[in-house]
Design a protein. Sequence first.
Length: 154
Amino acid sequence: MTRVLVTGMSGTGKSTLLVELARRGHRTIDTDHGGWHRADGGWDEPRMSALLAEHSDLVVSGTADNQGRFYDRFAHVVLLSAPLPVLLDRVTARDNPYGRTTADRDEIAHYVETVEPLLRRGATVELDACRSPLELADAVDALLDANGTGAARD
């Protein structure tokens, strides 16, 4: 099995990492786009189950309250983490509007305190999201290669 889940708080660079992994030839799904989340914030479980049943070589990115139900279907659960000031700087500078308001920033700080420890407990690998996207992609590539994907690279 060569499925990898990349998870973490807003601003860790999950989407940026996925873009680089896709550029390298990996099949990727960013659950922040395309209707993967239910109104309550969890992933659409039947849809996610179908995706994982169909693809054994896949990198999924996102964070949802029910993601733990899928951990056993991934070879690795990769937590991207960075200090709160780094996250807040990044969410202020990106195109996505989430993170620009005081309420959003307070919510991110709350999630770092309450949600990130839960993600850490479920992760098989934690990567420092202060590293460059290329370095992070190399680290995920190594996890995929260790499981035999043989994905094309530049």
